[in-house]
Design a protein. Structure first.
Length: 196
């Protein structure tokens, strides 16, 4: 037994380690055999963590979207497509596209945006505020996604004919806190983006 050695409360806080070193105590590594504590990698930097984040985000969308329980296979879930892009801060932005919201053509795709596991917004809340007119989504550079919307000839177009006037692209960017519309213009009336 070693006599007259001050008792040290072991901690992983850098300030406490620095204080112990400045006071002339042995390092935590020397006392305990523990390796020095290093910062954990940022979420989203490895393929495994990105895969886990995507699974989490899909589950979030399924729980939030009432109609997902009606789809098969079991366990029931909406049909998804996913796009990812670096968020510029050592993580990822994830776009989960419900490619079909109902069993007809009235409500097609809607995109939900996440940074890691944090929900940011959906295309329902971002201009042009489409409830279900997304044809597809893809990465458009760091912290950006391009969303393609279906366009109908008029607001009176039937569900079966939705998207009969082509498509319009919009680009959404993450500003570090929110998803914002970077570019995109609604079609000239009487044309409308499906779901608006």
């Amino acid at each position: 037994m070693i006599a007259n050695v001050p008792t040290i409360r072991l901690t992983r806080r850098p300030a406490a380690r620095a204080l112990a070193a400045a006071a002339g105590f042995l390092s935590i590594t020397a006392i305990t055999g523990w390796p020095p504590v290093q910062a954990s990698p940022s979420a989203g930097t490895s393929g495994a963590s990105l895969k886990a984040q995507i699974a989490h985000d899909k589950a979030f969308v399924s729980r939030r979207h009432d109609n997902c329980a009606a789809f098969r296979p079991s366990p029931a879930h909406c049909p998804f497509k996913v796009a990812t892009t670096p968020n510029g801060k050592h993580g990822h932005l994830i776009a989960v596209d419900i490619t079909q919201q109902t069993g007809d053509d009235c409500y097609r795709g809607r995109v939900f945006f996440f940074t890691g596991r944090q929900f940011l917004a959906s295309t329902r809340r971002l201009p042009p505020r489409s409830f279900g007119g997304v044809k597809g989504v893809r990465a458009a550079g760091t912290a950006r996604f391009k969303v393609i919307y279906w366009v109908s000839a008029s607001a009176g177009t039937s569900c079966a004919m939705n998207g009969n006037a082509g498509t319009d692209p919009y680009v959404y960017a993450w500003n570090g806190q929110h998803m914002v519309k970077e570019s995109g213009t609604p079609p000239a009336p009487p044309k409308v983006i499906v779901g608006t």
